[in-house]
Design a protein around this ligand. Structure first.
Ligand code: FES
Ligand code: MG
Length: 574
């Protein structure tokens, strides 16, 4: 049933006749708003993850104005509220450490302030999932405005992809095939406009996931940040959220098992980032919807990879994807694998996709002409990862997907940094590089260290890929035969903690297995002798995070933020 003005949540602040509400209204007048601008209107919180250090959201101050324009035009009252920006490249040790922080901030902003609906402005990797997680826990109507990808990179007429080409050319620099001058010149061509990484990295993946979840307007996920379609989409989202408030279309009513499965299918068919796994598991768990590694693996196995974008393919980027028809066309091709009756912010998913066309069938492939016959991600289990691990097979070397080799172990990132390029390091192309203490607790914050660099002496021999195993994540723009998210992690004494130099490790992706080939008696002795390391930092947020974060297979949310720990809103606002 359509809400009336007196049904609005904000009515309790501004609409009733009490001493407090008089004070509330007086403070809006203090801000320069007249009663005709706020009385009886839905108050829309425009949650903006902008900052001067947020490289990917440089257009968000201006874009927030576009959102507000849409809110005003539809009869709402927009209020812009800043939330912590998580700049993927700048923030140490990892933005993942702060995803739950931003989720909590979003929830608490929405809960404590007089808001009726939310426009979530995010994009750079962790911001989107964080905003969505927080919005779910509060449960108001919410619409997501993704930042959009930046323009394609360009260096001497060659297309450059965010992340992917940094790793690639840095290996060439270390191998001596390009000069320092070349490298420095590339810097200017890598990030050419506002917007998120334009490869099929985490930002593109999670924007697409949000669209498949039904949380964006149709086609929003792939509009380049600086295209004039982007402010038009932002204004339309501002207008739509006002209606959603009247319709009481809350985010919790909108999301269900169909939406989550659609999002997983979309990310897998996109060849998306492995980061989508902990994010979508965390989102599902916040909403009380079933999602685990097995479900991911099952969906991944049934959908083909149809987006020909780096790092899976070698030619195209998000700008090409947009011109090829964009996210709507992509989802329309994928339609046989989607639940089209799932609800979105604007009707059913099927209605959102109607009429969407592909304009370049090499970029967005047909289901019968995929880049890879199944989705990018495979879930592994075995004696080295009893609670699971993942590998992005679409970005790995086919000949390494079945491999047994001796471990070369690094105790942590500093150890890796100190010894990797040592000419005396006992390593061959068949070795398995192992990094410990890079998980949610150990990192801390589950950093993107999982694409361990190839040792310099092997690079010089022409080696460009090796099997690597860690409890870390890797960037969605990374590639190589990297086994990630090993759980339980080393810092908690998982089997990874027990691996020593020379132990044989067997990876068999077709059998979905990752095993440590060491006798159980020997492992038991090592386990008995194992002692945990001192936490890296015990105070503040990091300390709280280390004490409460779940393991990778559970989405790395905080135990106290999961569903079942809902806050109760006070019926009376004093
Ligand atoms: Fe922001 Fe990649 S650094 S999306
Ligand atoms: Mg990234």
């Amino acid at each position: 049933m359509r809400k009336r003005p007196e049904d609005l949540r904000s009515h309790r602040w501004f609409g009733v006749e009490t001493m407090r509400s008089a004070n509330h209204r007086s403070r809006l007048l203090q801000l320069g708003f007249g009663p005709q601008e706020f009385r009886g209107r839905p108050v829309i919180g425009v949650i903006n993850t902008w900052s001067d250090l947020m490289h990917c959201h440089g257009h968000f101050r201006e874009r927030a104005q576009d959102v507000k324009r849409g809110v005003w035009a539809a009869g709402g009252f927009p209020v812009e509220i800043p939330a912590m920006a998580l700049p993927e490249v700048f923030q140490k040790p990892s933005t993942m450490l702060y995803r739950n922080f931003l989720a909590m901030e979003t929830e608490e902003i929405a809960r404590s302030l007089p808001l009726d609906g939310l426009v979530l402005m995010g994009g750079c990797d962790k911001t989107g999932p964080a905003l969505i997680m927080g919005a779910i826990s509060m449960g108001l109507p919410a619409i997501y405005v993704p930042a959009g990808p930046m323009l394609s990179g360009n260096w001497r007429g060659r297309k450059l992809g965010s992340g992917s080409d940094v790793w690639k050319y840095y290996s060439e620099l270390r191998a001596g095939t390009i000069t320092q001058g070349d490298w420095n010149e590339m810097e200017a061509g890598l990030s050419r406009s506002a917007g998120t990484c334009m490869t099929a990295g985490t930002a593109s993946t999670m924007a697409l996931a949000a669209e498949a979840l039904g949380l964006t307007l149709p086609g929003a996920a792939s509009i380049p940040a600086v295209d004039s379609a982007h402010p038009r989409m932002a204004a339309a989202a501002g207008a739509r959220i006002v209606e959603m408030v009247w319709e009481d279309l809350t985010i919790t009513r909108l999301l269900d098992q169909r939406s989550l499965d659609n999002a997983v299918a979309a990310t897998m068919a996109f060849g998306g980032s492995t980061n989508a796994i902990p994010h979508l598991i965390a989102i599902a768990r916040r909403a009380g919807i079933a999602m685990d590694l097995e479900r991911f693996d099952a969906i991944s196995a049934r959908v083909p990879l149809i987006a020909n974008l780096r790092p899976n393919g070698d030619r195209y980027l998000m700008e090409d994807f947009f011109y090829a028809g964009g996210s709507r066309a992509f989802l329309n091709v994928l339609a046989p694998h989607l639940a089209l009756d799932a609800t979105t912010v604007n009707g059913t998913l099927g209605a959102q996709l109607q009429g969407a066309e592909v304009f370049d069938a090499d970029v967005i492939r047909a289901l019968d002409n995929p880049l890879h016959p199944n989705g990018g991600v495979v879930v592994l289990r075995g004696s080295l990862a009893p609670d699971g691990a993942v590998i992005k097979q679409s970005a790995a070397s086919a000949e390494k997907l079945s491999h047994t080799g001796p471990a070369v172990v690094f105790e942590d990132y500093n150890d890796l940094d100190a010894r990797l390029d040592d000419p005396a390091l006992d390593v061959t192309p068949d070795s398995v590089l192992v990094l410990k203490n890079a998980g949610p607790v150990g990192g801390p914050g589950f950093p993107e260290w999982g694409m361990l660099p190839i040792p310099k002496k092997l690079l010089a021999q022409g080696v460009r890929d090796m099997v690597r195993v860690s409890d870390a994540r890797m960037s969605g723009t990374s590639y190589g035969t990297c086994v990630l998210h090993v759980a339980p992690e080393a810092a908690l004494g998982g089997p990874l903690a027990l691996v020593r130099d020379g132990d044989m490790i067997r990876l068999d992706v077709s059998a979905r297995k990752l095993d440590l080939l060491v006798e159980e008696a020997e492992l038991a002795a090592r386990r008995a002798a194992w002692t945990p390391r001192k936490p890296v930092q015990a105070r503040g947020w990091t300390g709280l995070y280390q004490a409460h974060v779940n393991q990778a297979d559970n989405g790395c949310d905080m135990d106290f933020l999961e569903r079942g720990t809902e806050a109760v809103e006070e019926p009376e606002i004093h």
